[in-house]
Every structure is written in structure tokens, then in C-alpha cells.
Design a protein around this ligand. Structure first.
Ligand SMILES: NC(=O)C1=CN([C@@H]2O[C@H](COP(=O)(O)OP(=O)(O)OC[C@H]3O[C@@H](n4cnc5c(N)ncnc54)[C@H](O)[C@@H]3O)[C@@H](O)[C@H]2O)C=CC1
Ligand SMILES: CC(=O)C(C)=O
Length: 259
């Protein structure tokens, strides 16, 4: 119960990795603010957090809208009585060869994955500085933030950008006792990968499941990653054991990309 009594906000918490992180941080003792676009999913995850005996609140917000993220942080503090940990997890993926990418697609994914992370960093840091105590900001990057992957080029660019923001924010906020780190998962079996696999099938004629299996077969530890695998590392980043770490974006991918 390393973070008992702390308040953690998780974006993209309605499903997948965000849900896994929210439940893990609740098990670690934190009260949780769940943020997502999908209100039905937020309600379901809120029930799961309650069953773990923690306080929980939900807030529907689009992370690409700066005002909505500031409002989400305000809501978390008002409803849960504090604010300590921000997990900027929400993100989308796109699969397209670079030659086919449109300006509209680039605008959309950069608004969510990059601006969404930036607004989350800003809103969390402003709140922590106002409250006058230290805190943790944790961002979702990816193996695609360390390597550019074919057909995932623009997505990769957004996840490289998240690492850049993480490093700059770590340097800017260290003197205020705020650490900023990122997590870089590999192939996690969530809806996002179902969509990636389907899109590869549509574009290349690969059979359904073939692309996912190909990626999973390349994992040294021999299995796909689960949201719990990612959440275990985020638990470390959210807790006191990582107090001397900032500006980092470690890979937690079962052995895919080595740095
Ligand atoms: N699934 C994977 O293999 C990997 C995922 N990641 C990253 O982890 C994060 C979570 O991914 P998954 O759980 O797999 O995705 P997912 O697609 O299963 O879930 C994403 C959640 O974010 C929410 N969301 C999407 N856009 C939003 C917005 N504009 N505002 C608020 N909420 C929004 C969705 O409603 C959904 O609940 C993403 O940033 C993703 O890029 C990184 C590496 C690997
Ligand atoms: C979705 C994602 O980040 C990859 C490359 O698996």
C-alpha cells in the first residue's frame, strides 16, 4: 500500500491499459479519478475501484481539449480531497503507409496523443505547484516511441514526441519536487491491437490475427503483454521507490526493443 491516501487521475481509464492502471493504483491504496470519453465504461471501472475499497470519481473529458483536462484535475481534487499522481494514458493508434497519410489524420492523432499529454502535464503540474507538494506525472509512450514501425509511422512520431515532452517536463519541474516519467509497452492485448490487426488485414490482405501473432511471436518472453504487466511498472513509477527517477521512458515489452 505504497501510495495510501494519495489521489491518482488516470486518463483513458475506461478500458484496456488505463483500466488496468486504475485498478492497480487502487490496490496500491490510492483514491482514483477516472477520465475517459466513454461514460458507460467509466461507470463499470468505477464499480471495480469501489469494490477494492477506495474512493472513486469519474469525469468525461476529451484529453485533446485543454480546458477539459484542467477541469478534470480540478474535479479530482474537489471530489477526492487532494491531487498527487497524473497518468496521461489516453491515446489512439493509426495504421497507414506514410504515402497515404492525410493532414486530417495527422492533426487528429497529434491532438490526442501529443497535445493531450501536454495539457495533462500542464494541468497536473499547475495543480501540484498550487497545492505546494511533490507529485508524479506519468505518460504513455510505447515501443513505437523508441523505434519507428512500418505502417505506424505517424503513431510512432507521436510516441517519440511523448518522450520529448517527458524529458523537458522532468527538467522544468524537478525543482518543484515533481517527477515526470513515461512507460513504453510493447504489444498489449487490448482493443487497440484488435483495431491495428484489422487495419493491417484490410490494407495488406493479411489474415485476421496474423499481424498480431507475428508481433507476439517476436517477443522474447514468449507471450503478449497484459494491462497488468504495464500497470505493475506504472505502480512503481507512481510510488516512492521511483522518487529518484525522472525524465525516463523505460521499455516494458517482454523483450522486443532493446535500449
Ligand atoms: N495496446 C498496446 O499494445 C499499446 C498501447 N500503448 C498506449 O497505451 C495507451 C492505452 O492503450 P490501450 O489501452 O491499448 O488503448 P484502448 O484503445 O484499449 O483504450 C484507450 C482508452 O482511451 C480512451 N480515449 C481515446 N481517446 C481519448 C480522448 N481523446 N480523450 C479521452 N479518452 C480517450 C478510449 O475511450 C479508451 O477507453 C495509449 O496511449 C496507447 O498508445 C502503448 C504501447 C502499446
Ligand atoms: C500500439 C503500440 O504502441 C504498438 C506499437 O504495439
Amino acid at each position: 500500500m505504497a501510495i495510501t491516501g494519495k489521489v491518482a487521475l488516470v486518463t483513458g481509464a475506461g478500458q484496456g491499459i488505463g483500466r488496468g492502471i486504475a485498478l492497480r493504483l487502487a490496490k496500491d491504496g490510492a483514491d482514483i479519478a477516472l477520465v475517459d470519453l466513454n461514460e458507460d465504461n467509466l461507470k463499470k471501472v468505477a464499480e471495480e475501484v469501489k469494490e477494492l475499497g477506495r474512493k472513486v470519481t469519474t469525469f468525461k473529458a476529451d484529453v485533446s481539449d485543454r480546458a477539459q483536462i484542467y477541469a478534470a484535475v480540478e474535479h479530482a481534487e474537489t471530489e477526492l480531497g487532494g491531487f498527487d499522481i497524473m497518468v496521461n494514458n489516453a491515446g489512439i493508434c493509426q495504421v497507414n503507409p506514410l504515402a497515404e497519410v492525410t493532414p486530417e489524420e495527422v492533426d487528429k492523432i497529434f491532438k490526442i496523443n501529443v497535445q493531450g499529454t501536454l495539457w495533462g502535464i500542464q494541468a497536473a503540474a499547475a495543480k501540484l505547484i498550487k497545492l505546494g507538494h511533490k507529485g508524479k506525472i506519468i505518460n504513455a509512450s510505447s515501443i513505437a516511441g523508441h523505434n519507428g514501425f512500418a505502417m505506424l509511422g505517424v503513431y510512432s512520431a507521436t510516441k517519440f514526441a511523448v518522450r520529448g515532452l517527458t524529458q523537458a517536463a522532468a527538467a522544468e519541474y524537478a525543482s518543484q519536487g515533481i517527477t515526470v516519467n513515461a512507460y513504453c509497452p510493447g504489444v498489449v492485448g487490448t482493443s487497440m491491437w484488435e483495431e491495428i490487426d484489422q487495419r493491417f488485414a484490410d490494407l495488406t490482405g493479411a489474415a485476421k490475427g496474423e499481424t498480431y501473432d507475428k508481433y507476439v511471436n517476436g517477443i522474447a518472453l514468449g507471450r503478449a503483454e497484459t494491462p497488468d504487466d504495464v500497470a505493475a511498472f506504472v505502480s512503481y513509477l507512481a510510488g516512492p521507490d521511483s522518487d529518484y527517477m525522472t525524465g525516463q521512458a523505460p521499455l516494458i515489452d517482454g523483450g522486443m526493443v532493446y535500449r
